[in-house]
Design a protein around this ligand. Sequence first.
Ligand code: KG4
Ligand code: ZN
Length: 347
Amino acid sequence: ADTLTVLGLESSCDDTAAAVVRQRAGGRPEILSSIVAGQTELHAAFGGVVPEIAARAHVEKLDLCVEAALSEAGLRLSAIDAVAVTAGPGLIGGLLAGVMMAKGIAAGAGLPLVGVNHLAGHALTPRLTDGLAFPYLVLLVSGGHCQFLMARGVEDFTRLGGTIDDAPGEAFDKTARILGLPQPGGPSVEAAARAGDPRRFALPRPLLDRPGCDLSFSGLKTALLRERDRLMEAQGGLTEQDRADLCASFQAAVTEVLAEKSRRALALYMAEAPAEPAFAVAGGVAANATIRAALEAVAAEAGARFLAPPLSLCTDNAAMIAWAGLERFRLGRRDDMTLSARPRWPL
Ligand code: KG4
Ligand code: ZN
């Protein structure tokens, strides 16, 4: 196998990103650069990502990100073997901006184009960071996704289950909003929970009583809202301790549900007798120390190696897209100028 150097672009949600990944013949992949321009401030006043604003920002920032990624890698376009781009799933405006930019670069520099599924990018990250062999189990947990995938090959994923409503990150963000804590909610709820009693409030454990690996988080938020309103009515407000206890109780519920569903997914995975059993997490929620520790324990219990990529590669980035593109390219996959953005694109 030859040395391959791939430029990757990502613009499916609210991060504009470009990266260069190289894999020398028979060697481990190297991230030569990874540029991420976030848009948090642009959307802050609206309480969520505004698709139109996101699309405009991608159009404005993509070429700067590409330039920065190439210059940080110390490369010109002539040293690139292929251009990979997230073609879906995600917000149509951002996806279009990325796909058009990638097509422009590919056409201008005479380079092959490779479309990448954003979820495949997340799911293939453990191969980029740790060279994991197929098959491995991966849990994607972020503000937008929550699913268990059995990764069997570069283009071969089996979905074992996923959320039927909110993603856990979304639930953390809503919890923060309900309790008046800053966004993004994950880090602030985790921080508040440190001083809290996880047993004070008996919040539900959605879908735990049902078989399978599907999850649900929207009921948790409703239950939390009810507890908050009950306290407000009884006391006229919330104390710091109330907030901490609510956060701790919420986090304990999410952790327990994720751990139990992971146990079930691992049982399905281990039943296939993988040669090098491994359970990887990806996504922003993997930053949560309590959740991470619980998942690590579940993996150990099942006899699988536990893996959490560094946070910068867990959250949205283009290195994972360049890498997934490189893996597809090695298999001989190419897209042409008919490549289109696919807002919905299940793995
Ligand atoms: O992967 P990511 O950066 O973006 C996507 O959703 O694609 O994940 C962001 C999500 C947010 O909802 C954020 O609140 C959550 O990950 N998050 C956390 C923590 N840090 C970030 N959730 C729980 N605990 C954390 N420490
Ligand atoms: Zn993502």
